[in-house]
Design a protein. Structure first.
Length: 107
């Protein structure tokens, strides 16, 4: 099942406002196009990787560029650091809506 892509976030940074066709603006647009295509776990990991590469202040900078929460980006950094948790699940088990059979057992 194809899921609809998210609408890319428009970065509100000063460099983009000064020169909307400049290199910095194009870089931020490219980042946001990629982020819009990823699922939530991949989005966290990608944002964490960008923050790690940026160095000091990277979490705040990536949050401004992508529109993701700083908590989400920090979680991505932590997940990158723990190589044993790179399984295939996007969410932890037990999340989501309860099965209809469990809520209303057959009589």
């Amino acid at each position: 099942m194809d899921r609809p892509a998210r609408v890319p976030h428009r970065c509100p940074c000063q460099g983009r406002r000064r020169d909307p066709t400049g290199t910095l603006a194009q870089e931020h647009q490219a980042i946001n196009r990629v982020v819009a295509l990823l699922d939530e776990r991949s989005r966290r990991l990608f944002a964490g990787l960008l923050a790690k590469q940026t160095g000091h202040g990277g979490v705040v900078r990536v949050a401004a560029i992508t529109g993701l929460s700083r908590t989400t980006i920090r979680r991505g950094l932590l997940e990158l650091g723990s190589a044993d948790d790179l399984g295939t699940r996007v969410r932890r088990p037990g999340g989501g809506r309860k099965r209809l059979e469990k809520k209303h057992p057959p009589s």
